[in-house]
Every structure is written in C-alpha cells, then in structure tokens.
Design a protein around this ligand. Structure first.
Ligand SMILES: Nc1nc2c(ncn2[C@@H]2O[C@H](COP(=O)(O)OP(=O)(O)OP(=O)(O)O)[C@@H](O)[C@H]2O)c(=O)[nH]1
Ligand SMILES: [Mg+2]
Length: 197
C-alpha cells in the first residue's frame, strides 16, 4: 500500500463526535500498552502520526485518522490497565462497544496482543464479542523482536489454543523490525476490497 497521506481527523468518546461516514474504516484494538499506536505508525510509514507512550493507558479517546482519503484508521483506547482511574475505566467498555457495534463503515478490527503473554479474559471477551457481532478480525501478535524464533513458535501455538484462532490466521509483527507489515496490509486491503464489491 502506497501511503500518499495520513492525517489526524478528530477524537471522540461518543457517536455524535465521530466524523462523517466516508470511507471503509479499520479499528485497532488491544490491551493498554500492547503497541496499537506503534502498529498504526508503522503501517502508514509515519514516526509520530499517532502518539505512543511508555505509560500504559495514554490513549483514552477514540482517535480517527484519514489514510489516502480512501480509508479511515481508528485507534481505540486500550483496555485492561489496572492503574487507570475507575471513572475512566467504567466508561471504556461502553465507549468501545458502542463504536464497534454502531459504526456502519467499520469493516474490520485489527486485534493486537503481546506475543509474550497468554491472552487473558479481557482479550477473550473482545474476541468472543467480535465473533458475536460478526466483525471481521485480523489477529496480530506484536513485539516479536522480544522473543527468539523458537519461543515465538511456542507462544503462537499457545495463543492459538487459548483463543481458538487458527495459527495461520495470526500474523506475527514487530514495530521495531517491521516484520509482518505486508501481511497486515494484504489482509486490510482484501477486506476493504471485498467490502466495496
Ligand atoms: N520492542 C518493541 N516495543 C514496542 C513494539 N510496539 C510497541 N512497543 C513499545 O511499547 C510501548 C507502548 O506502545 P504504544 O504503541 O504506545 O501502545 P498502545 O497500545 O497504543 O498503548 P495505549 O495507547 O496506552 O493503550 C512503547 O514504549 C512502544 O515503543 C514492538 O513491536 N517491539
Ligand atoms: Mg495508543
């Protein structure tokens, strides 16, 4: 995918603040600090289009980005970070679920998990939820640069067993080495293309 433009559109917590529906939309979801914002930056070849942070729970709004005036990327707030204030934590689930269930242009969710961790009940909840609403999902294990190849293979098997997602449908990715970038773009383009047929 050739990136001609990638621009921040707006941030929102509720539907009245979402930008108008224009293009096919791809949302990025996963635990706090897993690397959602870093993944988006790699996909669009920008160092800092999306703010990344070593402090978990930084992205607390739904952020919309225009890609090539033909696609919208949506950076969702991460879930499951213990130190986020209770008031914010309480608003996350409805905020994310409202977006995922009500956005007519949403074509797929890129679900991002850390290759070093076994998916927990929060990841499994989201996976089941996406399945229930029949939202196409692109599953990613990120931060692969942190593990040796043999350990990556072992974790991939464990994640596949825990989630029920077939191994060959899980893409290994690293924001550091950019491995997996092409496979993710292929998956996104296939879904967007199918959506316009
Ligand atoms: N080694 C390594 N570090 C990564 C990778 N992806 C992200 N990181 C680091 O992980 C931290 C969190 O990355 P973000 O992209 O901000 O994560 P996020 O999921 O957007 O976090 P929240 O917005 O807080 O939910 C940063 O310090 C990144 O540099 C990766 O593939 N490899
Ligand atoms: Mg983020």
């Amino acid at each position: 995918m050739k990136i001609l433009s990638a621009e921040y559109i707006t941030s929102a917590t509720r539907p009245s603040q979402y930008p108008p529906v224009n293009y096919p939309e791809i949302a990025f979801a996963g635990k706090s600090n897993v690397g959602k914002s870093s993944l988006i930056n790699v996909l669009v070849n920008r160092k800092r289009l999306v703010k990344t942070s070593t402090t978990p729970g930084r992205t607390q709004l739904i952020n919309f980005f225009d890609i090539n005036s033909s696609m919208t990327f949506v950076d969702l707030p991460g879930y499951g970070y213990a130190k986020v204030p209770a008031s914010i934590k309480k608003s996350w689930k409805p905020m994310i679920e409202t977006y995922l269930s009500e956005r007519p242009t949403l074509k797929a969710v890129v679900l991002i998990m850390d290759i070093r961790r076994i998916p927990d009940e929060k990841d499994l909840y989201l996976i089941n939820w996406l399945g229930h609403y029949q939202i196409p999902t692109i599953s990613i294990l990120t931060k692969t640069d942190k593990l040796k190849t043999s350990q990556q293979a072992r974790q991939l098997t464990l994640v596949s067993t825990t989630t029920g997602i077939p191994k060959d449908q899980i893409i290994l990715f690293s924001a550091k080495t950019r491995t997996g970038k092409e496979r993710i773009w292929d998956a996104i383009e296939r879904i967007c293309h199918a959506a316009t047929l």
